[in-house]
Design a protein. Sequence first.
Length: 718
Amino acid sequence: MPRHRLFVAAAMLAAATAAAAQGPTTSPWTRRLAEHLDAARERTLATCKQRHVELPADFLAWVDADPVRRTSVWGCRNDPLRVLLALRSLELDLGADLVRREHPQLALAFALQGSYQKPRGPASDWNDGAVDGDNESLPDVRPRTPLALVIPGDPRVPVDTKDGTRPRDRDDHIVNFLEDHAEIEVDLKVRELPPLEYDDKGVAKPRGKAVTVVKKVPRKPVAADVIASQALQAEFNAYMAAHGHPDVRVDCGERVVHWYSEAAVHDGALRQRIAAAHELFHAAYRAKGRMPKERDAAPTPAESMAWFVRNDRHAFSDAEKKARAWPLFPLDAPWPVLLMLAADDQPLREREDIWLRFRDHGEMKTYGEYIGGIAQQFDMQSARRLSPLAFGYGSIQMMWKDGGVCGTMGNIGARTFRICGVPASTAGQPGHCALVRMERDAATGKLRCVGGQYATGGDEVTTVHAGWNFDDKGGRRPMVFWQSIAWGCNHDTATLVDTLALCRTFAALPPAQQQAECVGFVADALARNPFALAAVEAGLAAAPDATATMAALDTFDRATLATTDPKEHALYRSTVRDLAHARVLQLPGPAGRAANEKLLGELERQGCTDGKLLARVWRAIDGEAGFTKRCRDEVKTYLDTPGRARDKRIGRSFAARVKAWGQTVPGKAAKAAWANELLADFAGKEVLEHKGKKSIDPVVEALCKLAERDPPKVEAPK
């Protein structure tokens, strides 16, 4: 790296350090943030005036009275109009006491979360048309009577299918066949305690644990029974022909789809007949009021917030609180950790059913029946248990009934947690769906974001499905981003919110100014709150060159060294490192061997693991031969890594780096030759063995794929 570039880097670091030393109160960014908030407020109120929207002076005074609230409303979106009106709309529906005094943080969460969603219900008279290009209607802030929370009842209206005053149609006869049929015996899994046994003195012996047994239970047949039984299909076909519908036939074979089936069907024609049978019976159930015609509507934000508040106020006894660990999560937590809760759009009737089970019986089922490969075939999965139900497809109740695989299990868990007041979301892992949730440590009161139902890795491979609604982009973010929100609130909610608003302030600057000030911006945000990951990401994305990017990373390392825990926050620190090096890869590399050697030294000092970036620099220094030699040197270091056989994460991490190197080798033949050269270093070391269990090293598997050859096989145990 040229001497003048090093001088620039040192100068940027010095300037950033000096800016951070000033402290947030004297920083120029404090002035800019204040100006940004004032301008956003003025612009938003001008829009309201233009649209003839009147907001009470005391409401606006309340918004401005608290610094966190003021920054949240005016500063966390480029256009705060929807946030402001959503907050006022909640107040009109729920009352000033609840919104302003009892649950202002929850109200802010709903207002900010709702600013990303289309409002439910008809558009207001005054807000037709566009606002900054947004054609969606805005929250209604017209005067109205307060909301009365009503839980909708069962929407089904049973039809009398035997009504002789009207002609009976196809669906009447389908339902009559099922409901008039004699009872059949079906297998039912139940949990039972073993029978009591007595000793010689007649004293009962201790009972063992409950076990699952299968019992024969008599009941009327349901649609799934017909689809699973050739005999019932023959009866049904004859019945429908005798009642004027000879064209209505079911031909699904014997137990191809049945109550406990895990079999997948590969016969396309049979799959079509099963799907047709499912639709036939499902249509009849809906038409005759045995199932809802459609899923219930999602609640409005006000209905949802009122429902959570009502539950939070429930007067559990002390014993019930202890048994349920109630409250599971504080409803007055800072709004950034409540966004997942505010995002819940499950219909109230579905929620209420699960809530009453928890409230009255302490039941909290966060996992359902795992049914294997059949879950990938919706028609098969649905047909095997099709029966009358008060809830439609998409509901948690249907997930309980039909079962599923990881996606269903993650949804059951995340939805149940949210119903019980815990912010939660499903989350993606490689080939798997897990869940994440916020929790508060009962002893310390600290907030954290934790994962559950993990299968293919830890936090480092987990992406939260809940929208990252802290900026104007939304979308999904890796787990560590949500963890940084909890850590940031633990450090100080006010400064965390400041950093979120600073991101909007920074984004409003001209691109050239962002490039010039990105390092100082990162330093200022971290001086306020060491977990300002959103601001760090924004600063890195604006860095104009490798010098600025690596200076920003060094600023981050210095600012967080004393405020982060080496173990708890290791992923946070490595994530920022990887973001910085990914940015360096996006930018043009330096010219010349000496400059690249200097850059490599800096990357190694910062612990770079970006395979593509390292490959680019290695080639710039020593060409293709030097690239291959360095790859082999890295392989030898990996092979000597302590614990390689015990911890597959080491292998998976290095395999990802190897894949990245391989992607930079042009052409299949060259890629295969390169991979085979690296595989030679694994000779005799391809197999990992830990506690007697053998497996192929994931790096070997990755290299074999690149070399287009089969990996070695593990010997079966004798």
